[in-house]
Write a protein that binds this ligand. Sequence first.
Ligand SMILES: *Cc1c(COP(=O)(O)O)cnc(C)c1O
Ligand SMILES: [Zn+2]
Length: 417
Amino acid sequence: MTFVRGLKCRECGRVYPTSSIYVCEFCFGSLEVDYDYAAIKSAISREKIEKGPLSVWRYRPLLPIDGEPTVGLNSGFTPLVRAHNLADALGVKELYIKDDTVCHPTLSFKDRVVAVALSKAREFGFDTVACASTGNLANSVSAHAAKAGFKRFIFIPADLEVAKILGSLVYEPNLVAVKGNYDEVNRLCAEIASKYHWAFVNVNIRPYYAEGSKTFGFEIAEQLGWKTPMHLVSPAASGSLLVKIWKAFKEFEKLGLIGPVKTKMYCAQPAGCSPITTMIQEKSEVLKPVKPKTIAKSLAIGNPADGYYARDVIVESGGAAEVATDEEIIEAIKLLAATEGIFTETAGGVTLASAKRLIQKGVIPRNESIVISITGQGLKTQEAIAHHLGRPHVIEANLASFEERVDFPEKKEVVKK
Ligand SMILES: *Cc1c(COP(=O)(O)O)cnc(C)c1O
Ligand SMILES: [Zn+2]
């Protein structure tokens, strides 16, 4: 049973049958999945969703596959954490962390998109999958494809973090490290995709892949008790996640699963790679590509594919855009860990630091609900904070050494006795 009518051009609206294409032949606009919402409406309800699997597939009618899902059966449905300690630290009343640092199996929100992309690739009959990645997508395609039995080709910039390279290699993909930045890797992949019959998750099957990001938004709305927050801060690399969270909220609204969406959407980018934020802050009509220079490598896309769509969402929702410097990113990673016990990678540092700026500037009010999107795991980007943390107390294996070298509240009395 499918609710997919086909693909539709996001610019001129021309429709195409379901296949592995991604650009409009007439206007070169990007293609998007076109659903039959009337049919979905009679097939979906809060109760049915609540009885569904604890994964992205609980929203199956709103995902672009025809049959049963075959990949990523445990991906998604991560915690939405009420963050009282962080709320106190930031001086706000109602704060939540959507925590994809624990997404299955590779600890970032990319496991959602890849679950959908590879389920679709299987339906299309591909035996080889591939991607261009800033790191997390590489990990996720490598892992999901290993389990699903696809041949796998993974293209990354050569200068990625150690854990993101190891975290791909362990699944034995063909890992290709390109001497260049992500935008150059992506260009190369578009060329390869046009020549070989592979499912490039973020090139020729991107329309299906991108739909997986909606589940991040669906979950937030469901976990808040079937409503959306007043303010949502999302990181942006290509801009796709932010656009799809908004689409998720609007689909739930359209289907009557939630009331009117009043959420304002905010884009967070690293100061060293902020083409979308810059366009919004300067009220420019043109997105100027940049050469990334930031510790937030997972967000280092200088020419974002969904940049204009992200801008439109932010403007339509009444939100704003912000940046975070490398120092602020590190501070924010430490703040989230120390207050909420959540260890995020650099992208999460960007998002929290940007949220903090928006709150301090009064752009996000202190007395309304806020969701901060934490999209990846800190163990993968240890280089970024390795020299910004304390060190362990090294002692001999005896009590005297412990009492001598470690400070603790009772110590004064122990020493007196
Ligand atoms: C890929 C990625 C993003 C950004 O995703 P886009 O949809 O390209 O904007 C955010 N956070 C993390 C951890 C990522 O890996
Ligand atoms: Zn078109």
